[in-house]
Design a binder for this molecule. Structure first.
Ligand SMILES: [Zn+2]
Ligand SMILES: [Zn+2]
Ligand SMILES: [Zn+2]
Length: 652
């Protein structure tokens, strides 16, 4: 089993999410399958990745329990069985059946465990008695026998090969069986020494592509997306702030700079003594074990698999140390060079003159002031021109979350992969203070997506619902329409014209050559109905890099056609990234920060997009949805009157 993926699913969402009532002793044991697991039961099925800590909704106690299998987890095991069957030369039809079942489960709008409890598993397409029995075993025990048997036949390193872009079960199986390649390193070697090239249907060109993909895979391995590290880091810092004699505790490093992926966690504490701080750190629930300790610093391995470094400094050095450990390395080097030219010395302990006299270091402002600069926000500290900008008074006034007034990419339960009703979305968006919300469900090329007739009906339903409401947010009718392989849109233009807001996105044929991807985007922007390109780079952190395309050309057309580019705030996407945000801004192209929420709870992800925008030097004026609804209407390229749908007006 690919544990890291499984863990990814288990750790998403706030603590307690997915925790079922019946696992708590104080709640009625509704399901015999899980009733045996009590709030305090530390028992874990053997062979499991490790215990997962959750909070029980009923008794509020922290509890250990076997992980609940979500649809994505079940789907992943089924897909892995398909991979394993193909790797071991098993029955191809059987492999295909597992793969289809995995897709069905993955896209289910309801938890598969619910269907199982109701005895409805076999009513699903592609799921027969046999696979239903496997799913049942999986839900009961977290594993199933056939999967275990197959896993025993294949070295774990061979399964990992499949994570590299462009390596399917056939290639992996050939490399394993003919060249005895059992792990990534061996594959790199086989590619370099020419033995891969001699395999059937291989050739120099494919081997070169595999080598490139291998490099990218290894570069992103070992880093986790920001959201997976952030909550842990903040919760430890919060705990340390409560320790006596602690003046301040901050998360430093790349988390503070809001980089999209994180290598490890850096924590910094200002205190007069270290012992109590280290003890509190060791006892933090997130910490598994301390791997190194010194008088003022220590390193821990966390239960999430990440590493955390803690340093304790005296209060008078806190600012200098915070600056030093926030980085980036490039920024720090530039700043130290600048200090040196002024006859000063900068270190993690403070700012000193030639004679070694201390000039400051209690705050970060001290550090910047010493070299004659204003304080620079951490998101800008990448050695990308921020010192010059600070020097010349050109630092941007970075956008803040409170500047964003509406969300323009939100899925309702009309998308098969989304789960909240209009009511639930509005309630949460209202709570978050959003003034408007564009409901942008998937078009017909996505599984169960909307066709023209359904889209019209859906838009009317959104309108009717919106008209009944008096409080914010105002609802806009919209769509996330697929950009098809030939560059046309997945719904007729007249349907799209009738909507308040059109997001156009690429969801298929990512591997088309760069020129073709560029052409698809350009054609979509020239359709005259598109307001914004959704997740333009197409990357998914840890899974897929952004596709290669001609961004300059896209910017040129976006500007001419007055189409905006999205900063997608999904923590696994964060797309556009910082560099492309900055390029878009410099080219005069408008940006939109959207959550792409598939559940009401994801409307709060906006901050991740705002951070990416800040890393891209964006200011309030660069982002369209900092405008109020009326101002936004006025800025769009075709006339729009939010909230008065053409057909509805006719029918009223
Ligand atoms: Zn979706
Ligand atoms: Zn999308
Ligand atoms: Zn979407």
């Amino acid at each position: 089993m690919k544990m890291s993926d499984l863990e990814r699913h288990l750790h998403r969402g706030p603590p307690g999410e997915g925790f079922h009532r019946e696992t708590c002793k104080k709640a009625a044991p509704a399901s015999p399958a899980v009733a045996a697991v009590s709030c305090a039961d530390p028992a874990q099925p053997s062979g499991w990745a490790g215990p997962h800590r959750r909070w029980c909704r009923v008794c509020k106690a922290e509890s250990w329990r076997r992980p609940s299998m979500e649809n994505a987890d079940v789907a992943q095991v089924l897909a892995e069985v398909a991979d394993l069957l193909e790797l071991t030369g098993g029955n191809a039809f059987k492999a295909r059946a597992y793969r289809q079942a995995a897709q069905i489960v993955d896209l289910l709008p309801t938890p598969v465990s619910e269907l199982w409890r109701e005895g409805k598993l076999t009513e699903l397409p592609s799921i027969g008695e046999r696979i239903a029995a496997h799913i049942e075993e999986l839900l009961n025990t977290g594993r199933f026998r056939e999967h275990d048997q197959l896993l025993a036949k294949v070295p774990p390193g061979v399964l990992e090969l499949l994570k590299v872009e462009g390596i399917g079960p056939k290639t992996a199986s050939l490399a394993w069986k003919r060249l005895r390649v059992k792990e990534l390193a061996a594959l790199v070697k086989a590619c370099r020494d020419g033995s891969m090239e001699k395999l059937p249907r291989m050739g120099a060109k494919r081997v070169a592509a595999i080598l490139l993909a291998l490099e990218r895979y290894q570069a992103r391995k070992g880093r986790v997306p920001l959201h997976r590290a952030l909550a842990t880091a903040e919760s430890i810092a919060e705990r340390l702030r409560k320790v006596p004699h602690v003046r301040a505790a901050e998360v430093a490093g790349s988390i503070r700079r809001r980089r999209e992926t994180i290598g490890d966690i850096d924590l910094l504490v200002a205190a007069t003594g270290a012992d109590e701080v280290i003890r509190a750190f060791r006892e933090a629930p997130e910490v598994e074990t301390l791997t190194a300790t010194g008088p003022t610093k220590c390193t821990a391995r966390l239960k999430s698999g990440l590493q955390a470094d803690l340093r304790i400094v005296p209060p008078e050095s806190f600012g200098a140390a915070l600056h030093y450990f926030t980085g980036s390395k490039a920024h720090n080097i530039e700043l130290r060079t600048r200090a040196m030219r002024r006859g000063l010395k900068l270190s993690e302990y403070g700012v000193f003159d030639r004679q070694g006299k201390r000039l400051g270091g209690e705050t970060e402002q001290d550090v910047y002031r010493a070299v004659g600069l204003p304080w620079i926000p951490p998101e800008l500290r990448e050695g990308a021109g921020e010192l010059e900008a600070a020097e010349e008074g050109r630092l941007p006034r970075l956008i803040e979350e409170k500047d964003v007034r509406g969300d323009l990419h939100v899925h309702s339960e009309a998308s098969s992969d989304a789960h909240s009703s209009l009511e639930e979305l509005c309630k949460e968006a209202g709570r978050l203070g959003r003034e408007y919300l564009a409901i942008t469900d998937h078009s017909k090329s996505r599984p169960l997506g909307l066709d023209a007739v359904q889209m019209r009906a859906h838009a009317l339903a959104i309108q009717r619902f919106g008209l009944q409401r008096e409080e914010a947010p105002r609802l806009l009718t919209g769509v996330e329409v697929d950009i098809l392989q030939d560059g046309t849109l997945d719904l007729p233009l007249d349907v799209l014209q009738g909507l308040d807001w059109v997001v156009a996105s690429i969801h298929s044929h990512f591997t088309d050559p760069p020129g073709k991807i560029t052409q698809r985007m350009i054609a979509a922007m020239r359709s005259g109905v598109v307001d914004v390109l959704g997740h333009p780079g197409g990357r998914q952190l840890g899974l897929r890099d952004a596709y290669a395309f001609d961004f300059e050309k896209v910017l040129e057309v976006a500007r001419a056609e007055r189409v905006a580019l999205e900063v997608n705030a999904m923590p696994e996407r964060l797309d556009l990234d910082d560099k492309h945000c900055r390029l878009a801004k410099d080219a005069g192209v408008a940006l939109v920060i959207s959550t792409d929420a598939h559940h009401a709870s994801q409307l709060g992800n906006l901050r991740y997009g705002v951070w990416m925008a800040r890393r891209g030097w964006l200011e309030r004026g660069d982002v369209l949805n900092t405008l109020g609804p009326r101002q936004l209407e006025a800025r769009l390229h075709r006339p729009r009157h939010f909230g008065t749908h053409i057909e509805l007006r006719a029918s009223l």
